[in-house]
Design a protein around this ligand. Structure first.
Ligand code: GLU
Length: 447
């Protein structure tokens, strides 16, 4: 088996040698899915995984815009249309200086499996730009978004490819992107998700990734007769995912000790309660400030510059910042401090070595493609509401989200339960995600 996996990865490395994050994402899938393919005749010998690692289409384009000083700026825009076997391409846009082909291909590849797990008919895609929104004025953000959409519009559509937000792309950016798409096409459709409530958005979409992650962790904890009540929780990040993960943890009786951004983390021993969280939401979403400013209001907290929070003693960890933010040494610290559950809110926040440590210690560990699927699932629900030209209530959407997270958990148990009863959620998520897409690809022939 090892040879088969190596032979496959050698081909992928040869073609994508310069793309470390993409290779990391493919390796994790190959190690769990190839043994399954070998055991199942319908998939064996059909190069099905080799077809899945090749984007159906990868678009790269120039984005020119004028900044507030009148200078002409040039950025690079991308859209990776990875797989459309089970539905139109679906996945977010990321605006961050680290964005390149490797990052977007890893995200698009993960998205294919994630979207398949949601039970909804969505293929996988991802896009974005190396544009850095940090420190830009609202007008600069608008001009950039308009310039970006003036090319992207010809590649997307409500039945073709439906982008949404990711790091650096929130409701403000979706608004500007939607405005330009509507102007160029002269049609009002659900071509983007994460829209505002008054113009086609869904209730609960802003909360969905964070809430969904906590619902998933809750399902994992239930298998051990545990819950969030009275548990100490580390959350990393302070964007949309982290904020709503923290909110749901508080609602379920847990104590949130940390939040972070790229400058470092804050540790509040007394817990970040609802009032403190509201302060952070205003700080991050309205003032667009730094997490260290928390101390100006709550001086008893600690700010650790340039560090991640994983050394703080906790029961549960929710990495909600970005890829590879939790390494082997961090994983060892979490285990030695008694952490029983890690549920990823970000995409691929744990390195391969960190995951191996969690599995060895046999703690509950959920990969993002399962535990953060609530965001895109609720995007799927937004698409449904747009097609119906109808809006569901908050409660209706939240109940559907809970049901979807519970179904994803069941799929992970189905394919990930070891002989000794331990659940390998990585294997479970990868195989469950794979089967649905592979079956559709086989049915549609070699295209
Ligand atoms: N960017 C989010 C993700 O990683 C959401 C994508 C979407 O809603 O389409 O799943």
């Amino acid at each position: 088996m090892k040879n088969k996996i190596k032979a496959f990865l050698d081909i992928v490395k040869q073609r994508n040698g310069e793309e470390p994050e993409f290779l990391q994402a493919v390796e994790e899938v190959a190690e769990t899915v190839i043994p399954y393919i070998v055991e199942h005749d319908i998939y064996y010998g059909k190069n099905i995984l080799l077809r899945m690692v090749e984007p159906e289409r990868a678009i790269m384009f120039r984005v020119c815009w004028v900044d507030d000083d009148g200078e002409i700026q040039v950025n690079r825009g991308y859209r990776i249309q990875m797989n459309s076997a089970i539905g139109p391409y679906k996945g977010g846009l990321r605006f961050h200086p680290t964005v390149n082909m490797s990052i977007l291909k890893f995200l698009a590849f993960e998205q294919v499996f994630k979207n398949s797990l949601t039970t909804l008919p969505m293929g996988g895609g991802k896009g974005g730009s190396d544009f850095d929104p940090k420190g830009k004025s609202d007008n600069e953000i608008m001009r950039f978004c308009h310039a970006f959409m003036s090319e992207l519009f010809r590649h997307i559509g409500s039945n073709t490819d439906i982008p949404a937000g990711d790091i650096g792309v929130g409701s403000r950016e979706i608004g500007f992107l939607f405005g330009m798409y509507k102007k160029l096409r002269n049609e009002f459709t659900g071509v983007l998700t994460g829209k505002g409530i008054s113009w086609g958005g869904s209730l609960i979409r802003p909360e969905a990734t964070g809430y969904g992650n906590v619902y998933f962790a809750q399902k994992m904890l239930e298998t051990k007769n545990e819950s969030f009540k009275g548990k100490t929780v580390l959350v990393s990040g302070s964007g949309n995912v982290a904020q709503y993960a923290a909110e749901k943890v508080l609602q379920l009786g847990g104590k949130v000790l940390t939040l972070s951004d790229s400058s470092g983390y804050i540790y509040d021993e007394d817990g970040i309660d609802a009032e403190k969280l509201a302060f952070i939401m205003t700080l991050k979403n309205v003032k667009r400030g730094r997490i260290s400013e928390y101390l100006e209001r709550y001086p008893e907290a600690i700010f650790e510059k340039g560090k991640t929070p994983w050394g703080v003693k906790c029961d549960i960890a929710l990495p909600c910042a970005t890829q590879n933010e939790l390494n082997e040494a961090d994983a060892k610290l979490l285990i030695s401090n008694g952490c029983i559950c890690v549920s990823e809110g970000a995409n691929m926040p744990s390195t391969k070595e960190a995951i191996a440590i969690f599995h060895k210690a046999k703690i509950l560990f959920a990969p993002g493609k399962a535990s953060n699927a609530g965001g895109v699932a609720t995007s799927g629900l937004e698409m449904t509401q747009n097609s119906l030209r109808f809006n569901w209530t908050r409660e209706e959407v939240d109940n559907k989200l809970k049901e979807i997270m519970s179904d994803i958990h069941k799929s992970c148990l189905k394919y990930g339960t070891d002989k000794d009863g331990y659940v390998d959620y990585v294997r479970g998520a990868n195989i469950a995600g794979f089967v649905k897409v592979a079956d559709a690809m086989l049915a549609q022939g070699i295209v």
